[in-house]
Every structure is written in structure tokens, then in C-alpha cells.
Design a protein around this ligand. Structure first.
Ligand code: XMP
Length: 330
């Protein structure tokens, strides 16, 4: 099977079982070793499904010849960057460069309230941080690995998709690209990830926008609201998990808007933030419906958020389907 072509052969079997995934992994391990020889390979490891599976596959193939760079833009969900470090550096013994760029991103975003401008700043800064790290590795890495998957190739009309890395320093020349899952569909990437031993939360991770929590902390991002967002999101995930909803609901998260409302705490008036719970079911994210969540579950989440999250006095459940509402708030 020629896994290096950009066209998926009709004869290529759908990878639905661990057995088939293992066959694919063995073939790719061999192909990657042949492709890169003893040279170094650079990978931007976001913690998303695709880049995580590519990292695990390349670690198996070439071990420390792979250099993973994980940039924490400060807009990750609670525990996510820590999980990347724990799994890849501590468990898989990867060569991992971890950059905590939180202050850099949040400083750039002060007073920026327009959603598109926020997205552009986050995306642009991400490229700059990655570029800086890549330049430090000049001479050590000759190939660039990417978590391109088959829908990326189809969507870009057979032209190689470079969506995972927005740009690279001009004087940084790579011999070639390593894209070991580029002929796979998302569900197949997940099976390969499972076969490689990646944990369930990483392999079955929900879609998470590149700008991360930045588009769920609406308007100009502030550290207090970002903290409320991260904590409330963690509570929501925990309670959905306990209620067996993680596998039943396609995507769920919280949003903290940039307006306050009046509340009462310890007999005193407060003027605090609301937290909005968003949960949707969809097939392709083009349209979405809102699931009927058990009242007791919503109440438990509300009680916990009000008791545990600082600066929040109100919790709401967003009942709006897509369309007209989008899944994300920004
Ligand atoms: P909307 O809000 O447009 O979202 O209904 C549809 C799906 O896309 C996800 N989303 C993104 N994913 N980068 C991504 O990789 C992004 O910038 C981005 N924005 C939205 C969203 O979470 C939902 O699943």
C-alpha cells in the first residue's frame, strides 16, 4: 500500500479495529524510518487528536529523533497542557519542548474585543512562538511532521494542507514533510491512537477551536473571567462524565460572557459574571441540536459552579440550535 500518495487508494481498507490499526502502524513505522533515516523531525504538538497520534506514532518509529514543541497559549482547558507533558514527556519519554507562552498571548489580547481580531492575534502569535522555537532547533531538525488528515487534503483539493502550522521561518529549510496519517479519516486516526496506547480523553477529545478558550471568554479577555471559564468547564466535564453523558453528547463547554448581572452573596449585593452551559449534538457541525439534559444534572452543575467558581452568580443553559446560533459563541 502506498501511504505516501495524496490519493487514498480504493483498495485501502477502512481502519476499524485495533488489529487493522496495528498493521497500519507497522507499515508507517517502517516508512517513516526509511524516509527520515537518522535525521531529526519537528512537530507542533497541540494536544489535539491528530498531532497527538502523529507524535505517538513517530515516537514509536524514531524515538528521540522527534522533537515535539507544545505551545501553551494560556487558553487551554484545565489540565490539558499538563496532560500533554505527562503523557509525552513522562510516559512516552518524548523529546518535548514545552513553552508556557500564557503571558505573551494574554498581553497581546488586552482590550481586544472583536472576535475576528482575537482569532487573528492568537493564530499569528502561535506561528511566531513556534517559529522562534523552530529556529532554535535549526540544524537539529530536517523534516517537519504534520497532523494532516484526509479531509484536510480533500478540502484543499489535493494540495498539501499546511493548516496545522500557519507558517515557518523563511530561512528554515526542511528536506520534506512527514504526514503519516494523511490518508486517514478522523475515526481511523482515533483507532490508531487507541492502538498506540493513548488515553481515552486524548483520542476521543471533542473538537476544540484553535483559539481555545479565547472564543468562549467573549469580548476582551480578562484573567478573572478566563479562570472562571476554565474552572466552570472542568466542573461541567466532570459532572457530564459522572452522568454518563460524555459519550452521548457531541460537544459541551461553558462560556463566560463579558457582561455582569446582580446577585446576592452572604446578604450583600454582588455584580458578578454569568456562566453559560453549551451542549450540542450534531453529525457534521454544520447544524446542531441541543440535547435535553436531565434537570438534576444541570442543577448539580449549577450548584457546584455557584459554590466553587469565584466571581460567578448565575448559570444559564443555552437552548439555541444551530442555525441560527453557531456552536461557539464567537
Ligand atoms: P461553529 O461555532 O462555527 O463551530 O458552529 C463548528 C465547529 O467548529 C469548531 N470550531 C473550530 N475548530 N478551529 C477549529 O479547529 C477553529 O478556529 C474553530 N472554531 C470553531 C467548534 O468548536 C465546533 O465544533
Amino acid at each position: 500500500m502506498d501511504y505516501n500518495s495524496n490519493v487514498r487508494p480504493n483498495s485501502m481498507q477502512r481502519i476499524t479495529t485495533i488489529e487493522l490499526a496495528n498493521e497500519f502502524i507497522d507499515a508507517q513505522v517502517k516508512a517513516v524510518r526509511e524516509q527520515v533515516g537518522d535525521k531529526g523531525v519537528l512537530l507542533a504538538l497541540s494536544g489535539g487528536v491528530d498531532s497527538s497520534v502523529v507524535a505517538a506514532l513517530l515516537i514509536k518509529a524514531i524515538g528521540k529523533q522527534l522533537v515535539c514543541v507544545h505551545v501553551n497559549h494560556g487558553l487551554m482547558r484545565k489540565g490539558e497542557s499538563e496532560q500533554v507533558v505527562e503523557i509525552f514527556r513522562n510516559q512516552l519519554d518524548a523529546n518535548l519542548v514545552y513553552i508556557d507562552a500564557t503571558d505573551r498571548f494574554l498581553d497581546k489580547l488586552v482590550d481586544v474585543s472583536d472576535p475576528e481580531t482575537k482569532r487573528k492575534i492568537i493564530g499569528g502569535e502561535f506561528v511566531r512562538v513556534f517559529e522562534e522555537e523552530a529556529l532554535k532547533l535549526k540544524g537539529e531538525v530536517s523534516f517537519l511532521a504534520q497532523g494532516t488528515i484526509y479531509p484536510d487534503i480533500i478540502e484543499s483539493d489535493g494540495v498539501k494542507a499546511h493548516h496545522n502550522v500557519g507558517g515557518l521561518p523563511e530561512d528554515m529549510q526542511f528536506i520534506g514533510l512527514v504526514e503519516p496519517v494523511k490518508l486517514l479519516y478522523k475515526d481511523e486516526v482515533r483507532v490508531v491512537g487507541k492502538a498506540l496506547g493513548l488515553p481515552y480523553e486524548m483520542v476521543e477529545r471533542q473538537p476544540f477551536p484553535g483559539p481555545g478558550l479565547g472564543v468562549r471568554c467573549t469580548g476582551a479577555i480578562t484573567r478573572d473571567r478566563l479562570e472562571a471559564l476554565r474552572e466552570s468547564d472542568a466542573i461541567l466535564r466532570e459532572e457530564f462524565d459522572k452522568a454518563g453523558l460524555t459519550e452521548k453528547v457531541w460537544q459541551f463547554f461553558t462560556v463566560v460572557p463579558d457582561f455582569r448581572s446582580t446577585g446576592v452573596r452572604n446578604g450583600k449585593r454582588v455584580f458578578d459574571w454569568p456562566v453559560i452551559i453549551r451542549a450540542v449534538n450534531t453529525v457534521d457541525a454544520m447544524s446542531a441540536t441541543v440535547p435535553e439534559i436531565d434537570w438534576a444534572v444541570l442543577k448539580k452543575i449549577t450548584d457546584r459552579i455557584l459554590a466553587e467558581v469565584k466571581g460567578v452568580c448565575r448559570v444559564l443553559y443555552d437552548l439555541s440550535p444551530k442555525a441560527p446560533a453557531t456552536i461557539e459563541w464567537e
